[in-house]
Write a new protein. Structure first.
Ligand SMILES: [Mn+2]
Length: 242
């Protein structure tokens, strides 16, 4: 009998309209994430990013086989010790602190972790790394990592052979769905860069060698039905349950 692996996710706080009259602050998760986890035989458990979760990440981590850090808003530059940039978007410092706490405790406990886009940036910041606050500044104005006309950007990524990232992706070169204007600059402690784009100038994935699986990708595998990244992460979480 197989047991369904449970993947913990920190929800996204936003304002939403629903039904005929409701217009409220909500916590949500885009369906693309839970659908990708479900296709892999797992189920998502979404936690509220409030002060209780930041203070006690074990509220979620005690109940899951893996932790997925989803995409979303910019990390507040104050979270990685940098000043705000004019192009910093709306931030949610409460979600930042909840996800940073979840990341640190997941790594301490050996809970498998996959960070997607913002989630890779959270992983890096949680381990003391930094970010470029606005990537076009570092690429001579190049906007090839950003959505345009309502579509994700697509760009090639080169994966370092023999890494856990390459195992998740199943290839050493892949075209990815991209939308990010922050990027990793200065690796967090214990992380190595495992994928690159833009002639090696942009770090597109990081991982922790050894121990439980800890990988971050800067792109959006949940938007690409042909991607194996989330399915292999869920399989890993299932295999690692005690
Ligand atoms: Mn990119």
């Amino acid at each position: 009998m197989s047991v369904t692996p449970v993947i913990g996710v920190c929800g996204i706080r936003t304002r939403a309209r629903y039904g005929e009259v409701w217009d409220r602050e909500v916590t949500m998760l885009p369906k693309v994430y839970s659908a990708a986890v479900a296709r892999a035989g797992g189920a998502c458990l979404v936690a509220l990013p409030d002060g209780a979760l930041a203070a006690r990440p074990e509220l979620l981590l005690d109940r899951v086989d893996g932790l997925l850090l989803a995409g979303g808003a910019d990390i507040a530059p104050s979270s990685y010790g940098a000043p705000d940039h004019p192009r910093t978007g709306p931030t949610d410092p409460l979600r930042d602190s909840a996800e940073i706490a979840l990341t640190r405790v997941a790594i301490e406990r050996g809970v498998p972790l996959l960070g997607i886009c913002r989630g890779m940036e959270v992983l890096n910041v949680a381990l003391g790394g930094g970010l470029v606050p606005h990537l076009p500044d570092a690429l001579d104005g190049d906007r090839s990592h950003l959505r345009r006309d309502g579509e994700f950007a697509e760009h090639p990524v080169r994966i370092v052979a023999g890494t856990r990232t390459a195992d998740l992706v199943g290839a050493e070169e892949v075209v990815v769905q991209s939308h990010h204007h922050q990027a990793v600059a200065g690796l967090g402690e214990g992380l190595r860069a495992t994928a690159f784009a833009s002639e090696g100038r942009v770090i597109e994935a990081v991982e922790r060698p050894g121990g439980a699986l800890v990988v971050g990708v800067q792109w959006h595998p949940e938007e690409d039905p042909s991607s194996t990244v989330i399915a292999r992460f869920v399989a890993h979480a299932a295999a690692s349950r005690s």
